[in-house]
Design a binder for this molecule. Structure first.
Ligand code: ZN
Length: 301
């Protein structure tokens, strides 16, 4: 064995999926509805779900009958974020990738997370943000950390009154989730408050900040989203696509892409720092300890 190969490690993949359908897909009246379907785990996003989302979006783009895409979560919550602790956590698994970063699963050191998150987090989110058809996130309940990334890549966000938004990863020693759009979604001072405190931002405040388009009572959420989608679906496909392209390009000129690339480097310094300290890339945290800290925070408020 060459010395080069010795640094490669194959990690065990202990993941056990609770469903073969982590994403549901339906089309009606020009609207594709893509539903994250792990309600038992508050739609925690594992790679299985990530690739199923990507396949569903591709199907919607390829179908000329689809004009608008709605992204929603089954159950009480939109998304609890990236899967950091369900039996279906599949970070060590190898997948047929959508981007050109190499397979992460047998890579040593910081390369493992760097390559993996290029593909499944920042790469996928940018790819979904660039879909030429309009997208609407329909958000109820929790939209936490990785869940923010899924809502933010959509063109419009409609939230129910009970929805809240939160990025608590500073507790892990990490400067925000991988798709760092915080200072574009919020102004810099509010973004600092959002990250430093890691508190829940209620839908009403997110609306005041311009982060969500509309807030409606939970019982009316679906009707509101579908009515908006139906109106958009009556517009010409190219008109919508070109409008989206223009606004996305201007977001890039405003620094979204370059800022995110820079933040991605800091994000991975944080992952590597946790590992150098022997605490792991999440700074010694897992789903349980994050929920516990979150509860304590809520009690203190
Ligand atoms: Zn990360």
């Amino acid at each position: 064995m060459s010395s080069n190969n010795e640094s490669f490690v194959q990690r065990d993949d202990p993941s056990v999926y609770e469903t073969a359908e982590p994403v549901l897909y339906a089309v009606a009246d020009g609207i594709a509805t893509v539903t994250m379907n792990r309600p038992g785990y508050n739609n925690a996003q594992n790679s299985q779900m990530t690739y199923a989302l990507d396949a569903a979006f591709k199907q919607a783009i390829d179908d000329d009958a689809v004009k608008v895409i709605v992204l929603r979560g089954a159950g009480k919550h939109f998304s609890a974020g990236h899967d950091i602790g369900t039996p279906g956590r599949d970070v060590n698994k190898s997948f047929d990738r959508a981007h050109l970063w190499w397979d992460h699963s047998n890579k040593p050191g910081a390369e493992f997370n760097y390559a993996r998150e290029q593909e499944v987090y920042i790469g996928m989110c940018r790819r979904w943000h660039e879909m030429p058809k309009p997208t609407i996130a329909m958000v109820q309940g929790a939209c936490i950390a990785g869940g923010l990334m899924l809502a933010w890549v959509c063109d419009l966000i409609v939230a129910s009154e009970d929805a809240f938004f939160q990025d608590p990863v500073v507790r892990m020693g990490i400067p925000g989730v991988e798709y760092f759009a915080h200072v574009h979604e919020l102004n810099p001072r509010i973004a600092k408050e959002f990250l430093f405190l890691g508190e829940r931002m209620p839908a009403a405040r997110a609306y005041q900040m311009g982060m969500v388009n509309r807030v409606v009572p939970a019982a009316g959420l679906e009707a509101e989203v579908m009515a908006m989608a139906a109106r958009i679906a009556s517009q010409p496909r190219m008109g919508l696509a070109l409008t989206k392209q223009v606004i996305n390009r201007i977001e890039e000129l405003q620094g979204l892409r370059a800022g995110m690339d820079m933040a991605y480097g800091y994000h991975h310094l944080a992952h590597a720092h946790g590992q150098l300290l022997g605490a792991g890339h999440l700074g010694g945290h897992d789903a349980k300890s994050m929920i516990k800290a979150n509860k304590k925070n809520a009690e203190d408020e």
